[in-house]
Design a protein around this ligand. Structure first.
Ligand code: ARG
Length: 363
């Protein structure tokens, strides 16, 4: 039998067992899928299968510390969207529903999967909400991570102002048509200005970050079906913003600036100025989100929740897989149990996988 059927069958067995369906129901479904694959080299998931598949993909995401909440994922079936404007509208609905005025809800919107190897929908953005980055005479403005993608947007005709926290447009592709760009109306995007209760000079820097991280470039694989457009979000862990996005040398590289705000001597590496700046920056992020009423978790709480997830999975008779190098937080890792544990990094499906970045003809 075909590889697609093999994968479909493994998924349907898992799904129907966990959803408590009867053996007869499962056999009937397998037979129907078998016929569908023979005729079309493709099969369609029911909404129930889609929902379970997306949740299981989160549960299997070895690099995610937030998996305790896998079963609360809100799954939106957007397979009816067939044009770029329809996809854009669905993405805006996703942003609104997920943002929920700061009481962030985990959401995934699932668009048409590839059919017999042919891609139907693709969103080229890394995240739906993300800041642009430019190489200028005075160095990089904005997020250095976005420089290649920003260049693509400019070549597709996007107009920009080259500011440090400028929202990138959606880049949506239908089948093999030319990708289309759409600006996100400002009112859809909740952002949090950063301040520190004891270091007023941090607010003077006019830093901010967006509320909801919505990863949009990964492929969701369920039962051999490839969903090439399936943007999903949870809420942020503070260190993602404070210890990586704003702190990495290859990102906003703000530790020297924060250290100056704190009046620290940065001339010698041995006096912990980076570490002190890092802690205060992370505190500024966490407190600013809290004050703005935007849901965020700190790494200690997240690690505890992950422990609960491990326990819960064990009780359900499943093993937890994980990627230690990603699960440990970038701030004070050894204060969490994760650092002192070992994880089996086997990738089970359903799961999320990387896919290629955008290439334009003149690349
Ligand atoms: N680390 C990425 C960022 O800083 C976001 C990845 C997803 N994170 C999440 N909490 N769901 O933007």
């Amino acid at each position: 039998m075909s590889q697609l059927y093999e994968e479909a069958s493994a998924f349907i067995r898992l799904c129907y067992r966990e959803l408590g369906k009867s053996e007869a129901e499962m056999e009937a479904r397998l037979e129907a899928i078998h016929d569908e694959i023979r005729q079309h080299n493709h099969y369609e998931h029911t909404s129930e299968e889609l929902e379970f598949g997306a949740k299981a993909a989160w549960r299997n995401s070895n690099r995610c510390i937030g998996r305790l909440y896998w079963n609360t994922l809100h799954v939106v079936d957007e397979r009816a969207a067939s044009t770029a404007p329809e996809v854009r509208d669905a993405l805006l609905r996703h942003i609104s529903y997920a943002t929920n005025n700061g009481k962030i809800r985990p959401v995934i919107s699932i668009f048409r999967p590839a059919r017999a190897g042919e891609q139907q929908v693709r969103i080229w953005n890394y995240q739906l909400i993300r800041y642009a980055g430019y190489e200028t005479e005075q160095g990089i403005v904005g997020d250095p991570h976005s420089v290649p993608f920003t260049n693509h947007c400019l070549r597709l005709g996007w107009k920009s102002e080259k500011k440090p926290f400028e929202l990138l447009p959606f880049v949506i592709q239908i089948r093999d048509e030319r990708p289309q760009i759409f600006d996100i109306p400002r009112e859809y995007v909740l952002e949090v200005p950063l301040r520190h209760p004891d270091i007023p000079r941090i607010a003077d820097l006019q830093l901010k970050w967006y509320a909801v991280p919505i990863v949009s470039n990964m492929r969701l694989e369920i039962g051999g079906i490839q969903y090439t457009a399936a943007p999903f979000n949870g809420w942020y862990m503070a260190t993602e913003v404070g210890a990586r996005n704003l702190a990495d040398e290859a990102r906003y590289n703000l530790l020297p600036t924060i250290a100056r705000c704190m009046g620290l001597d940065t001339s010698k590496p041995a006096i912990y100025w980076k570490d002190r700046a890092l802690v205060e920056l992370n505190l500024a992020v966490a407190l600013s989100y809290q004050e703005a009423g935007v849901r965020m978790v700190d790494h200690h709480m997240a690690a505890q929740q992950f422990k609960q997830f491990e326990l819960q999975e064990q009780q359900a008779g499943r093993g937890v897989t994980g990627d230690w190098t990603w699960l440990i937080p970038p701030v004070s890792p050894a204060t969490t149990h994760i650092f002192h544990s070992q994880y089996d990094n086997t990738w089970n499906t359903p799961n999320f996988f990387y896919q290629d970045d955008l290439k334009l003809e003149d690349d």
